[in-house]
Design a protein around this ligand. Structure first.
Ligand code: GLV
Ligand code: GLV
Length: 319
């Protein structure tokens, strides 16, 4: 087994140093994602490739690597950017970076919830560019503590987010997903309900599902219309889970009250209608973006690469 690895985007320096100890590394050092051509060229003859969530790892890319390819190590928990079926067909392992990013991502969803509920971005713009004075009904926001939270997707991140809601903010938790999750209920006192009931009853709806054919456009005009006119939608999962144009229309017409978004349907592009609205807090896909979390994700990638290069099944294979 060889030890040649291509990294599609430079990871934190300390991570690159650790990776350098287990293999011969080639890296795209440009301050932007690898282009399709660079990807097709870079993967050639490699035993493993380390990919980012914005690299489309298509059948063409996997074929370009060659038959010696053992591992695609994604530097993310989500892996909707990878053609899993093609990887499996060629006997290539795919790994992700779960767990180490759960707190950071749930924290970011909280930051968005607060930002949207309490007008932080609009308030910041006002302080910088205008004048303000305290007044009884100036920039009134939404109550958070004690309200009802609907969590869509009861995986690790949704559960962590809901636990913080229950124990930090005394919220009542509803959740929807493919099936009830006993650990989720034990930690959050959450009640499993159909999505429609969750949408109708929640003051806040937060999305924590992976992007799959089933979850693509799971929230569109019909679902937004079911939500309370006072409701706030938070999306820190994947952009295409929400129909962005329908969301912009719902925010504009106040079908729902506000939204907080960390992800977009066509990243890095953002629907212009959304950018024009004041009742949406927009963040640039920062869910896992803390120094500590990105380092831990990197070490996880290194462990997966090291195992695969030894011919052993890596610890974080997705199936
Ligand atoms: C971030 O979006 C991730 O999937 O890790
Ligand atoms: C994945 O399902 C996660 O929530 O970490």
């Amino acid at each position: 087994m060889g030890r040649k690895v291509y990294v599609t985007r430079a990871l934190p320096r300390a991570v690159m140093e650790e990776l350098g100890k287990v293999c011969e590394v080639t890296v795209n050092d440009a301050p932007r994602p690898a282009t399709k051509e660079e990807l097709l060229e870079g993967v050639k003859g490699r035993d493993a490739i380390v990919t980012m969530l914005n690299d489309p790892v298509t059948a063409e890319v996997i074929a370009a690597a060659g038959p010696q390819l053992r591992l695609i190590a994604n530097y993310a928990v989500g892996y909707n950017n990878i053609d899993l079926a093609e990887a499996a067909r060629r006997g290539v392992w795919v790994t992700n970076t779960p767990d180490v990013l759960t707190n950071a991502t749930a924290d970011m969803a909280w930051a968005l919830l607060f930002a949207a509920a309490r007008h932080i971005p609009a308030g910041d713009r006002l302080v910088r560019t205008g004048t303000f004075a305290w007044a009884p009904e100036f920039m009134l926001g939404a109550d958070i503590t004690g309200r009802t939270l609907g969590v869509v997707g009861a995986g690790r991140i949704g559960r962590n987010f809901a636990r913080k809601a229950r124990h930090g903010f005394d919220m009542k938790v509803l959740y929807a997903g493919r099936h009830p999750v006993p650990e989720f209920e034990a930690e959050t006192e959450g009640r499993f309900v159909p999505l429609e009931e969750l949408l109708r009853a929640s003051d806040f709806v937060s999305l924590h599902v992976p992007l799959t054919p089933e979850t693509r456009h799971m929230i569109g005009a019909k679902e937004l219309a079911m939500m309370k006119p006072t409701a706030i939608l938070i999306n820190s999962s994947r952009g295409p889970v929400v129909e962005e144009k329908a969301l912009a229309a719902a925010l504009k017409s106040r079908t729902i009250w506000a939204a907080g978004l960390d992800v977009y349907e066509n990243e890095p592009d953002v629907e212009p209608e959304l950018k024009a609205l004041d009742n949406v807090a927009l963040a640039p896909h920062l869910g896992t973006a803390t120094t500590g979390t990105r380092y831990e994700m990197g070490l996880m990638v290194v462990r997966n690469v090291a195992a695969a290069l030894e011919g052993q099944e890596p610890p974080n294979v997705v199936k």
